[in-house]
Every structure is written in C-alpha cells, then in structure tokens.
Design a protein around this ligand. Sequence first.
Ligand code: ATP
Ligand code: MG
Length: 865
Amino acid sequence: MQVVFLPDGADLDALSTAYGITLLYPQAKILLPGAASSSFRLALKHFENLLKDKTIKPDSLKEVDTVFLPDSNNIKLAEKKLSPYLKKDTHFVIIDHHPLRGRLSGNIEKHIQNTGAATTIIVNRIKRSGINITPEEATLLALGIYEDTGSFTYNTTTPKDLRAAAYLISKGADLELIRGIIEERIDQEQIEIIHQLVENIQYFFIKNSRIIFTFAYSDHYIPDISSFLHLIKPLQEADAFFVLVNEKGKTSIIARSKKKEIDVGKIMSYLGGGGHYSAASATVKGLTVQEIKNYIETVLLGEAYKNKTIQEFMSTQIITVKKSSKIKQIKELAEKAPVLFVVNGRGKFEGIVLSKVIKESIRHGIEDIKVENFIIDSIITFEPETTLSEAERVVSSSSQEYFPVIKNGYPVGVINRTYIIKVLHGQVFDSEKDIFISRERIKPRYLNYRSKLEKFLPEHILTELEYIGKLSARLGFNTYLVGGIVRDMVLGKKNLDIDLIVEGDALELARAYAKEKKVPCHTFEEFMTAQITLKTGEKIDLATARKETYTHPGAYPKVEKATIKEDLYRRDFTINTLAVELTEGRFGILVDYFNGLKDIKDRMVRILHQLSFIEDPIRILRALRFAGRLGFRLGRPTEKLLKLAVDENMLELAPTGRVNLELTYTFNEEKVIDILFLMNKYRVLHSLIPEFYMDEKREELLSRLRDTIISFEMFLELKVDRVSNYLMALLYHLPFELSYKFLEKYHFSKTIKFFEEYYEIKDLLEKIPEKDSDLYKKIKFIKKDLLVYICASSPVELAERIIRILKKEGERQLLISGKDLKELGIPPSPIYRKILDDVFKKYLDDEIKSKKEALEYVKKQYLGG
Ligand code: ATP
Ligand code: MG
C-alpha cells in the first residue's frame, strides 16, 4: 500500500500537498496526524467530503510499499511511526521545499524545490499531467500555497507559487473560503499566551519523572489552548505537564501524562474535572494559580507516598492515663496533648479520651468523675504497618479525628485524620470539629425535598417561603428551613413551626420582607433574630446563623455569625440538624451534615458531642421527651453521657424557667406517660423532685390520669390543666410545704392554686353518698381540673359516677328549660329555679330519663296533673 505520512503538528501546506499526491497517485492514502493546529482541523472539516475516501486510519495500516512525505524530509520520524509496516525496500517519496539536512540513503525519490510552499511543487506536476481538478479541489490545493507564503507576502514567495495559484484560481478556487480558514490560525493573543507559558515553565521532579507546571494570565477567554500546546517543545518532552491558564480568576487546567502512574485524569477529578490518565482537564474557581499548583504537587506527592506506612508519619509522643483516674488528676496531662490514651494495668490499650473534653469538663466544675466516663472505646485503630493508602480509605469514610496506632495491643503512636489527608492530598477538609463526635459526615448528604415541601406545607406558605428564598438570594444570603419541621417532614408528620436560619443577616431579610409585603416584623437585635407575620396570620421565626464561643473558662458564650453548618452543630440532637435550603436556585435541597437522616431512620436520639448534656442540661429532658414522643432509643454513648450528667446533678444547675417549659411541654405530649417512665428510668425525676419514687400505685395513677384527661376532654369538651394534674401525681407523696417549694422554685404558680384548692376539698369525699344527686351536691363547686385528679385517684366506680354526673350536667339545658315551663303556662318567677333543680335531681337519680318524662313530671307535680 501507499501512504502519505503527516506527522503531528503538520500544517495546511502539508495537507494540501498530501491531497495533491493522492490526485497523482490514486492508490495513495493519507495518514492524518494525531495533533494538529486549529486551522488544520478547520480545513479537515471543510473538505471532509473530498478527504473521506483519501485517508486511512492507523489500525487499517498494512505492509507499506511507498511512503510519501509531503512538506517534510524527516524520513526518520516516518520510519519510527510506521516501522511495523515497513519493508526493507519501502520506497520514500519526498515532496518538500525545505533544504535537505545531511545525506539520505536508501530507496528515496526526491522532489525538492526552492518554492514558498510545498504545494506549488505538486500543483505544477498536476498541471503538467493534465489531470482535471474541480473548483473544490483547486481550493484545497490553493490553501497550502496561501498559508505558507503568507498570501504571497513572505520573502520566500517565488513566481512559481504565484503561477500555481493563478492556475488554481482559473480552476475555480474559492478565495473567500481560503481567507476564512487561514485567519483562523493562531492570533496575536494566542501567541502572547504561548510566550507566557514558555516563560513560566517550572519543573517538578518526583521519583524519576519530570513534570512541568506552567501558567499564563489573560483578561478574557482564550479558545482552543490545547490545540497549540504542541508548539511548546518542553511540554512535549516532559513526562507530564499541567498548563494553568487563569482568565479573570477562573483557571482552566490542561494536563497530559505519558506515564500510567501519573494519572492526570484522577488528579483533575479531584479538582472537579476529568479525563483519561493521559489527557484531562478541569476548571477551577476561587483558588489562585499558586494554590492549584500546590494542591496538584501535594496530590502527586501523595500518590508517591501511598505505599509508605503509618509509622513513618505518626507521632510517638503519647500520654497514657488509667480508666480509674479522676479528671482533676490528669488536668496537666490534658494540656500536653490533644488525646490521652487510656491503658489498663499492663499498659494495654483500652481507648482514648480527648483533652478538650477533660478541660471543658473541668471548666463546668466537674472534676471528681473518673476518666472512664469520657472514654471512647469503639474506635478505629491502625497498625504501624498500615499503609497510607489503606489508612486513607478508612479515614475518608469515618469522621474520627484521632487514630491510635496499636501494636500487639499496646499503643505506640497516634496520627490524626487531617494529617493523613494533608500528606496525601495537601488539603484539610475540616479542622474545627475537635470535640469528638461520631456523627459528622465527611461529605454532607444532599436530597431534593421540593416535593416533600409541597406535600407538607400549605400552598400559600410554600409561596411565601419561595419569596423569602428569592429575597434572600437578592440580598446575597442563604436561607434554610430548620429544626423540628424538617425532622417531622422526614418522619412524614405535619408540623407548622417555621424556623429559618439565615447565613447573612436575619434582621435585614425580615425587614426587607416586611417592607415589601407590608406585614408586621419584630426584631431582636441582641439575639440576631426576627419574627414576621404572614398576611394569612402564620408566624415565621428567622435567626442569623451563629456559633457560640467561650473566651475564657466560666465566661458567657460569645455569639458570633457563622455558617449554617456551625449553627446546626450547636443543636441538641442529630435528628434536629437537618436543613432545607430556600435560597433561590437551591430551593428545596435538604442538607444533612450530621447523619440526621440515618438516625431518624434508625430511630435514634443522639447528641453531637460528648459535653452536650453538661453544656446544656435541659437537653437531658429534651432527649427523653423526643425518645418518648417518637419511640426512639438513645444512642449508646448518648445514654452513658446522659446518665453521667444526671448523676452529676447537672439538672440542679439548669435555669428553672427552662425546666418549667420542658416539663410543661412534656405534660402536654401525647406520649407523656412513656416520657415520664423514661424520666423515671434515668432518674431524672429523682433528681428534680425530693424523695421521688415510682411504685405501682403511682404508675397506675399516671395511666389513669391520662385516660381520665382524655375522657374529660372528649365528653365534656374542655381543656384540662394537664400540668397541674401530672404534677400532683408526681408530688403527692410530699407534704404540702415541700410541694409548694418545688412549685415555687420552678414557677408553676397556677399549679400552686390547684394544689391549695385540692387540699381544701380533699376530705370532702371521705364519705361517698349513695345517691348521685347527693354526690352532685358535693362536687358541683369543685373545679373540673381538680375533678380530673379526683377521678383518676379514686376507685374506678366512683370515677365513673362522677363522669356520668358531669355528662348529665352538660345535658341539663336539653332536658328542660325555662322556655318549656313558660309553654306549660307557668308564669315566670323564682319557682322556675326550684322546679329545674328538682327535675335535674330526679334525672341524676335516674327517676326521670327523658325530656318527655321531665315534662310529664312537671305537669303532675306542679300543675296538679
Ligand atoms: P417540637 O416539635 O417539640 O417543636 P423542635 O425540634 O421544633 O420540636 P423546639 O423546642 O421548637 O423543638 O426547638 C427548635 C430547634 O431548636 C430544635 O430543633 C433544636 O434543634 C434547637 N434546640 C432547642 N432547644 C435546644 C437546646 N437546649 N440545645 C440545642 N438546641 C436546641
Ligand atoms: Mg418547634
């Protein structure tokens, strides 16, 4: 076969010459280059039809008899590239206008002339041979001549070039098309970039590879950079290169590699791009060229470090403590290292404690407890021989910060997660999470919750939330729906408590909304919160995302603006850390930073860090309230730490107003009994109430109280004071003075009245009258709320009687009224009251059962028949 060989970087003159060759030698097929300039590629596209049957793919190559070299005399290169197909006597034909360097030997035919373009040589031969050419072919041929003579302006132009062109024009060559293609070639700006790239070349050596970094800046977009990189020789010679072109802060990266172990596709994928191991690209915003370079270098180093072992990097300075040590004994050790190793009597590893937790615990005045309370024992450990790449796999799927290194059961070192990631990737993901939490996700999870919002929120509220999202985007803020409403949506429950967190300024957002919608808005500068009222009356709470930091031990927390993640981190439980973004463009995206979704699915209440209950003991009550309400369990460390906080009497330190609120919420929960049983199990009630005990009697009282409340509310249509009733059930063992003290301490002033009244009437029912009408006389002055308690704490039979009486009381008006008496012809007078009371008394005692009987009775008794 006959092949026309075009090397990488071949130009338009070579292409035109190659085509001319195929006209003279119809058997010859063109082998196109792998890389070519943009004008070359443009020409290929324009002349696709002409070239279609004239080219050959590398994989269709067979034994080659003749190789044509258009616009080139580099036989060596052709021999190298085509070597598997060459024969001993393969014939080489050179058609070139460059002077020959050195002597050539072998079976070579040379057509070398001193013309401006190689194409001129081939056109002259075509002209002489009398082959007819079409206007399209004339155009393709002319292209090479125009290109290589700079449209006849270069000094190298000869009369022959002009004559050849004249001939092609006479055959119909399309000059406008030629100009179009030629003008496409590298312009001044691209040359400027090439200069920068050449000047800025930096070498980076790793193992035995030579890698080039180079960069250029431009104030606007430069197309097609990759098409002229072949012009930069050092790049072609390096084992790999990274070209960074920064256009107004956005950096395009082009990467090539000749070695499989330098996988530029993978490296670019870390930067959000992609490609093949040998050719890849990425576009990066928000990082400087230098930062990107540093990043790539560390990744390259990381790849090289992959097989190194942990022992080469770990810190061997470890401090050990005993499980049984008191916190105060290890105060000083905690200053020396971020983690302490807990070991047994023989020095074997049992777990770790975090120094931060020790210090915070002391700050909260808790120092007499043992280390074992804060031990973290279900923990991932490494062996000294673990390789960094094995470690990386573990590290990236765990949120553990410190990894003990253990040999034969003994601690030998420690390495932290950020360090491993830094060695391997040169990037630290997140270092603020220092107090141990098992819950944080390495990468937040995102879900589209738009349809859930549509399902669970009334349309008009959804519309307003979208409006707030738009407004928020306009102000440059991010706004999220957070808290119970999101948790309940995941659980499939309705909740219309709308709490928003604003990354930015909640007050400004609230004011802007109120102004545009002409609705009321209240702001609380000090707390960085605001409340707006929708036109339809619903209220929306907005708060600026914040974090609390302690400036020195014992100080009040300082409130600072923060990110949504930091805001969510200070919340009580993981199930309450979900947020749904409302900002325009991301409306409806749920974000899960702390595995809240998983915990809801697993039905678990978990705190976010070890000191959670100590920092805010109210969370003890909240944990049990959520566990009871939702039927969730406490996570294992959460349970342990809750017990610890109760044992340490932390509830004693909780603000009494907040205890009041939590208990009030509890008594109004549907699952109040479950919650109270949990509060008994974890000795929370014992901690709050003097001499509290739970026995069968109280258990029964509590569940009867719940049933009685339901009966009263259903049949008598009233709202029962649950708080007072349950408090009575929890405090009845105490003498009044002690109950009073408790109620006063926790601000249950309404319940104090309830207790007082109860103790007044308590003895009234010592003797229970037989007739319902007599019983009624006793109870009719007692408040219904008190009757609830009386029913729940009395024998069932009595309770049933009271409820029946109260029901009848409710029906009194239906039985017989003043109007009925008037119709019977009785003139209005105080006798009415006497008659009505009399009838009702008979009704209570079942002597009268209906309105009909009542009327008959009145006629007989008062109208003489
Ligand atoms: P509910 O359905 O009872 O209203 P909720 O989760 O909305 O449940 P709220 O008392 O309304 O509870 O509190 C709103 C949010 O504020 C909670 O979801 C929680 O994230 C956070 N929060 C409330 N109290 C605390 C606390 N003591 N510590 C930390 N975060 C808290
Ligand atoms: Mg709420």
